[in-house]
Ligand binder design. Structure first.
Ligand code: ZN
Length: 247
């Protein structure tokens, strides 16, 4: 079984369409790790596609803010402004849909999905200590899980935990990785709609659940068209500019 795992779409329709076109020949099922809305200017179109085409969808912190499950006064000024705009676009039906999304999910026998970390939707995993605590959480509650897929930081990365408990990060310069069956992993596919790894391409992951091969895919898309939508919606210019540089 081949899964496509996508995250942090953030209402970028052009990037989302490009990612679905790229995965078309490979993916048997699609898992979305949340943050469908926020930042960019096509929330409704992205919600329609995600609802229709994804087999598993979980909530991100922007999704929760959009439907009123959490406050967003801790967001950056640009994110707050975009969230005010996003909330004005949502019909009661979409608010109901976003409210219905779970915070974690399991897909297949050995895999789980979360937005921030295995224990918290809004927890950013950046440093080794964060990962050690997250792996401890995985082992404590899900000893037979091979990997947890997370989004939230928008950084494509693999963190590997050996049987001895040693945690090492792998920057994703090697686009195809063979998982070791005895090890545990936290894997971030990066962001579809607002990349922050220093390049403009949308990223996502293909997981072959039989061979345990993880492939990171980087997909070019029409950044200019996405920027034009931001200008038309009169969202902050910085949100358009950052798409071109992946920051
Ligand atoms: Zn996000």
């Amino acid at each position: 079984m081949k899964y496509a795992i996508i995250s942090d779409i953030h209402a970028n329709l052009q990037a989302l369409n490009a990612v679905f076109a790229d995965m078309q020949p490979y993916a048997d099922a699609v898992v979305c790790l949340g943050d469908i809305v926020g930042y960019n200017a096509n929330p409704i179109e992205c919600l329609e596609i995600i609802k229709q085409r994804c087999d598993v969808v979980i909530a991100g912190n922007h999704d929760q803010a959009a439907c009123g499950v959490r406050l967003y006064d801790d967001f950056s000024a640009y994110a707050r402004e975009a969230m005010d705009w996003t909330r004005a676009q949502l019909t009661p039906e979409w608010i109901h849909y976003l409210r219905s999304l779970p915070c974690t999910a399991e897909f297949g026998d050995c895999w789980m999905a979360a937005h921030g970390s295995p224990r918290e939707t809004d927890e950013y995993l950046f440093h080794s200590t964060h990962f050690e605590e997250s792996f401890a959480h995985l082992y404590a509650y899900m000893s037979d899980r091979r990997a947890c897929f997370v989004g939230h930081t928008h950084l494509p990365m693999i963190w590997e935990c050996t049987t001895a408990g040693l945690v090492t990060p792998t920057l994703v310069n090697n686009l195809v990785t063979q998982m070791q069956s005895q090890h545990r992993y936290i894997i971030n596919p990066g962001s579809v709609g607002q990349p922050r790894y220093g390049g403009p391409e949308a990223s996502y992951v293909l997981l072959d659940s039989e061979t345990l091969v993880v492939e990171f895919r980087f997909v070019p898309y029409d950044v200019t068209a996405a920027q034009e939508r931001i200008y038309e919606a009169m969202l902050p210019l910085a949100l358009a500019e950052r798409l071109a540089v992946g920051h």
